[in-house]
Design a binder for this molecule. Structure first.
Ligand code: ADP
Length: 547
C-alpha cells in the first residue's frame, strides 16, 4: 500500500476529498418535480396529457403546476403541510403530483372508494390543510369534511356543488405560471402520504420522500421501457401508491399520459386504438377484464401494448391469455410501502429452451429487484437468516433500499416493526430460486394449514385458473373439524362458459395436485374485490367460516 498523498495546506484530507465539495453546481436534492421542469424545457410542445378532447402540452402542464403551487403558497400552504386529493384519474391528479412537491408540501391521494368515516380519519390523521375534490367524489367529500369537522380549504375540480369550495381553475388563475419554485431543501423531506387499505385496524399512512419518488420514477421508466414515444394509459388508480409512481415515471420519459376515469373494457380498447397506447398497468383483475371482454367491447389496434401486472399474484393462465392476445406482459411486485413496484420478473436466457407453459409459469414469478432497489431477500422469520436459493424453502420477502417508505406517519411502533433489522418486512411468503428470482407462495395471513401441512392458496388458485371455464379463483382456509383447516375455493366463471359442478372442479384438481391441497369445498359466484382490484380474501374467509 502506498501512503495517502497529502496536499500542502490541507493536512489530513485525501486529494479525492479536498476541494471537491458539494456545491449547488454538482449536488441538487432529488425531487420528481424537476422531472417536469426538464420535460417542459425539452419537449414543451409535446402533448403530456390526453383527457377526452383535452390536450395538455408539457409547457402548459408545467405552467399549470407552477400556478397551482404558487396559488397554494399564497393561500398559506407551507412546506410539510398536507394537501389531500380525492379524484379519479384526471389531469389534475397528475398536476397535484408535481405542484404539491414543488412547494415542499405533502400530497395525500385518497382512495375514492372508501367510506366517509375512513376519509375523515385520513384527513385528521394526516393533518390535511387543503382537500382537492373532483366532481364525481363530491358526495363522499361532503360527508367526510363534515365528519372531519376542522377548517379545511376545499378546492373543486368541475361542478361539485360543495358549499364554499374554491374552483380549481380559479385557484390556478390566482397563481403565477412562472413561479420560481425551490423544491425541498433536503431530498429526504416528506413528499407523499399514502394510506394502506386498513383491513386490520386503522389505516397506516406510508410516507414517501422526494429522493425515493425520484429514484422510483427512473426505476419504473427503465423497467417498463418508457420513452418519449410511449403513450401510457391510466388503467391503475392514481390514488393507489401514487399510481405505482407512474405519474412521475411517464414525465421522466417525456411520454404521453392518457386519462381514464373508469376501468371498463370498451373504453380501454377504444383509447388504445385511438391514441396508439403503448403501455398500461393493472392488477390481474384488470387484465382478466381485458382478456374476457365481449366482442362488442373490442376495438382492433395494430401496436403491441406492454402491460405491467402487479398488486396481486397473476396466474400463468392470465399472463398467457394476454400474450396470446398480443400484449407483452411485465410482472411487477411491490407494496404501498415500497412506492409500488419493487421487483420485476426479468426474462432469463434459459427461458428460450422452455415450453410455452413453463415460460408462462416463470413469468408468474415475482422476480428480481428493480435497478433502484438495493436488495431483496427471502428470510426465515424464526432465525432472520436468508433461506437457501433452492426454490423450495419458504421464507418472508424483505426489501431494502432507497425506495422503501420513510415509515408510517405518527406510528413509531408500526414503523419499528415494519423496518426492524434494516429491512422492510413484507409479510409475503416466498421461495427463492437459484437464478435469484423470488416466487410468492402466499401472504402470511392467507396460508392454509391443513393437518399440519402448509398449503399455498396461490398454488391451488394457479391450478384452478387452468380450468377452461374459470375466470377468477380464490382459495381460503375453511375451519375443518379433522384437519384444522381445509382449502375452500371460490370461483367466478367466464361469461357464457359451461359451468362445471363442484365435483368436476374437485376431480380437475385431483388430477393436477397433491391430494391434501385439493379444495374440499367449491363455491360459485362473483368474487368480492377491492377498489384496486384485489380479491378480498378476508370476506371470503368469513363466508367460508359461515358455510
Ligand atoms: P394492501 O396491503 O392493502 O393490499 P398494497 O397495495 O400495499 O396494499 O399491497 C401489497 C401487497 O400486495 C404485497 O405485500 C403482496 O402481498 C401483494 N402483491 C403485490 N404485487 C404482487 C404480485 N405481483 N404478486 C403477488 N402478490 C402481490
Amino acid at each position: 500500500m502506498t501512503e495517502t498523498p497529502q496536499r500542502p495546506g490541507q493536512p489530513g484530507r485525501h486529494p479525492f476529498e479536498a476541494g471537491l465539495d458539494r456545491t449547488p453546481a454538482n449536488h441538487v436534492p432529488l425531487t420528481p418535480a424537476s422531472l417536469l421542469a426538464r420535460a417542459a424545457a425539452a419537449v414543451g410542445a409535446r402533448v403530456g396529457i390526453i383527457d377526452g378532447d383535452r390536450r395538455i402540452t408539457y409547457a402548459d402542464l408545467y405552467a399549470r403546476c407552477r400556478r397551482l403551487a404558487s396559488a397554494l403558497a399564497a393561500r398559506g400552504v407551507r412546506p410539510l403541510d398536507t394537501v389531500a386529493i380525492l379524484a379519479p384519474n384526471v389531469p389534475e391528479m397528475i398536476e397535484a403530483h408535481f405542484a404539491v412537491p414543488m412547494l415542499g408540501a405533502v400530497l395525500n391521494p385518497l382512495n375514492t372508494r372508501l367510506d366517509p368515516a375512513t376519509i375523515a380519519f385520513s384527513l385528521a390523521h394526516g393533518g390535511a390543510r387543503v382537500l382537492i375534490v373532483e366532481a364525481e367524489c363530491a358526495p363522499l367529500a361532503a360527508q367526510a369534511v363534515a365528519a372531519f369537522g376542522q377548517p379545511i380549504l376545499v378546492v373543486a375540480i368541475g361542478e361539485t356543488g360543495l358549499a364554499g369550495a374554491l374552483p380549481y381553475e380559479s385557484l390556478l388563475a390566482e397563481g403565477d405560471p412562472d413561479y420560481a419554485w425551490v423544491g425541498p431543501e433536503d431530498e429526504w423531506q416528506s413528499l407523499c402520504l399514502l394510506y394502506t387499505s386498513g383491513t386490520t385496524g386503522d389505516p397506516k399512512g406510508a410516507v414517501y420522500s422526494h429522493r425515493g419518488a425520484y429514484l422510483q420514477a427512473l426505476g419504473n421508466a427503465v423497467t417498463f421501457g418508457l420513452t418519449a414515444d410511449s403513450v401510457y394509459l391510466w388503467t391503475l388508480p392514481m390514488f393507489h401508491c401514487s399510481g405505482w409512481s407512474y405519474p412521475w415515471a411517464s414525465v421522466a420519459a417525456c411520454a404521453t399520459q392518457v386519462c381514464l376515469r373508469k376501468v371498463e373494457p370498451a373504453a380501454i380498447f377504444r383509447l388504445i386504438a385511438a391514441h396508439g397506447v403503448t403501455h398500461l398497468c393493472g392488477a390481474p383483475i384488470v387484465l382478466s377484464m381485458i382478456a374476457h371482454a365481449p366482442d362488442t367491447d373490442r376495438t382492433a389496434f395494430p401496436q403491441r401494448v406492454r402491460c405491467a401486472v402487479g398488486g396481486a399474484a397473476p396466474s400463468s393462465t392470465i399472463i398467457r391469455t394476454m400474450e396470446e392476445l398480443g400484449f407483452q406482459v411485465t410482472h411487477l411486485y411491490g407494496a404501498t410501502e415500497s412506492y409500488g413496484p419493487a421487483t420485476v420478473c426479468l426474462a432469463q436466457p434459459d427461458w428460450a429452451d422452455l415450453t410455452d407453459a413453463e415460460r408462462y409459469g416463470r413469468m408468474a414469478r415475482q422476480g428480481v429487484p428493480l435497478a433502484t432497489l438495493e436488495a431483496v431477500s427471502v428470510v426465515d422469520p424464526a432465525t432472520d437468516e436468508p433461506v437457501p436459493r433452492d426454490g423450495t424453502a419458504v421464507g418472508e420477502i424483505r426489501l431494502r433500499g432507497n425506495t422503501v417508505m420513510k415509515g408510517y406517519l405518527g406510528n413509531p411502533e408500526a414503523t419499528g416493526r415494519a423496518l426492524a433489522g434494516g429491512w422492510y418486512r413484507t409479510g409475503d411468503l416466498a421461495v427463492w430460486h437459484p437464478d435469484g428470482s423470488v416466487e410468492i407462495k402466499d401472504r402470511a395471513k392467507d396460508i392454509i394449514i391443513s393437518g399440519g401441512e402448509n398449503i399455498s392458496s396461490l398454488e391451488v388458485e394457479e391450478v384452478l385458473m387452468r380450468h377452461p371455464a374459470v375466470m377468477l379463483a380464490a382459495v381460503v382456509a375453511r375451519p375443518d373439524a379433522t384437519w384444522g383447516e381445509s382449502p375452500c375455493a371460490f370461483l367466478e366463471m367466464k361469461p357464457g362458459a359451461d359451468a362445471p359442478t363442484d365435483r368436476d372442479v374437485i376431480a380437475f384438481c385431483r388430477a393436477r395436485m397433491a391430494r391434501f391441497k385439493v379444495p374440499k369445498t367449491v363455491v360459485f359466484g362473483p368474487l368480492p374485490k377491492t377498489s384496486t382490484g384485489k380479491i378480498q380474501k378476508f370476506v371470503l374467509r368469513e363466508q367460508a367460516r359461515a358455510l
